[in-house]
Design a binder for this molecule. Structure first.
Ligand SMILES: [Zn+2]
Length: 388
């Protein structure tokens, strides 16, 4: 990175502070920005003038005037550009185009076959470019592409280290994709992308300690402490691979007895198959339908899974004492039997002294929400260090 002088670094920081203030607080009068950010009126005027020149912010007149001029507010210009978010899954991709406030403009899902990465990257780029054209957007206004991947991602290097779900290892996703797309490309673990969007634009606005836990094809964890995503040395969040039964069922990661080997969608389908309730070709939906139509065995599989999941949430509450946990993912399609098991376990297994401190929020997030999360990767970059 080029050496940045102190003066221009300060300027960047001040710009970033003002943009983020407007992102969090919405339209604000200049005088309130001055009061709340701790910059002089002159400095705020100069920086907001620059940001207006770059079209990042606009003036808005809102509310009633008290006789004289209408008060003028400054606001983020959501349409100064757009970003694309992609969630790559085992058999499909979800893609979303969002504006600068992470509001979804267009979204769709496309069937996708995982194969050699280089071939897949070209296919993904084509899907993205076609989608931008279909949406009638100017390709020149695309600010970047964020990609959420199911696995361990080295965000510093932009490398997917390992994904048991799609079978890739050590792939330089950012480098290759940004070359093909000719815009910045950022990647992250898919649960982190979702967590990031909650933190920057969603339920997590203003929260210091929260987490998102997702269940479905796998079990994922996004962890926010002190208002930032916690990554450990890079691979943090692999809650699905905590061992609940040493020497137990074999897991895709190569170990035995992982949580995921018991309560992921494929694990539950397998369990129901072994009990003779469904065939090998059936899906998790068949199992849920069976439980809903009164099969006691199916109900038991699902409520047991809910209990194990709820115990995991309680373990997290015991370790991290977060303000809230957002629970999402397609596994919630298992319905009331699952949720009842989860709630019972969460109550029972949270340490008595910590009970009632952490709330659970259910977010029936669909694949669009995940793709929107991936778009958040680019928005974060823009807000942290405005271009221009
Ligand atoms: Zn595992």
């Amino acid at each position: 990175m080029a050496q940045v002088g102190n003066k221009s670094l300060m300027r960047e920081l001040n710009r970033s502070n003002i943009l983020n203030y407007l992102r969090i607080n919405g339209p604000t009068a200049r005088t309130d920005i001055v009061r709340n950010i701790g910059l002089s009126a002159g400095a705020v005027s100069e920086i907001t003038g620059e940001l207006m020149g770059l079209n990042y912010i606009v003036e808005e007149s809102i509310g009633k005037s008290s006789g004289g001029r209408k008060p003028v507010f400054l606001a983020i210009n959501p349409d100064v550009g757009y970003v694309v978010g992609i969630k790559l899954m085992e058999k499909k991709i979800a893609i979303a185009i969002t504006n600068f406030l992470a509001e979804v403009i267009e979204t769709k899902q496309v069937d996708f076959k995982i194969g050699p990465p280089e071939k897949n990257f070209k296919e993904i780029a084509k899907i993205a470019n076609d989608f931008i054209e279909e949406a009638g957007l100017d390709r020149g206004n695309l600010q970047g592409v964020g990609i959420g991947l199911p696995g361990i991602v080295d965000v510093e290097r932009g490398v997917l280290q390992h994904s048991p779900i799609i079978g890739w290892r050590d792939i330089q996703v950012e480098e290759i994709m940004s070359e093909i797309m000719n815009v910045p490309v950022y990647i992250d673990n898919d649960v982190n992308t979702f967590t990031l969007t909650e933190l920057w634009f969603g339920n997590g606005l203003g929260a210091n300690h929260f987490m998102t836990v997702t269940i479905g094809r796998g079990i994922g964890l996004g962890l926010v402490t002190n208002g930032k995503i916690y990554r450990g040395q890079g691979g943090a969040g692999e809650i699905g691979h905590t061992v609940i039964t040493p020497g137990g069922k074999r897991c895709e990661c190569g170990k035995q007895g992982c949580l995921e080997a018991y309560i992921s969608d494929p694990a539950l389908v397998n369990e129901a198959f072994e009990q003779g309730l469904i065939t090998k070709q059936d899906s998790i939906k068949t199992l849920a339908d069976l439980a809903n139509s009164g099969s006691v065995e199916a109900e038991k599989i699902i409520s047991n899974a809910g209990y194990l999941f709820g115990s995991t949430l309680a373990n997290l509450a015991n370790i991290f004492d977060p303000e809230f946990i957002i629970v999402g993912g397609e596994g919630l399609r298992l319905g009331e039997n699952f949720l009842n098991g989860m709630n019972t376990a969460f109550l029972n297994e949270t340490m008595p002294a910590l009970r009632g401190r952490t709330t659970i929020t259910i977010d029936r997030l669909d694949d669009t929400a995940w793709a929107r999360g991936a778009a958040g990767l680019i928005l974060q970059e823009i807000f942290e260090s405005p271009i221009g």
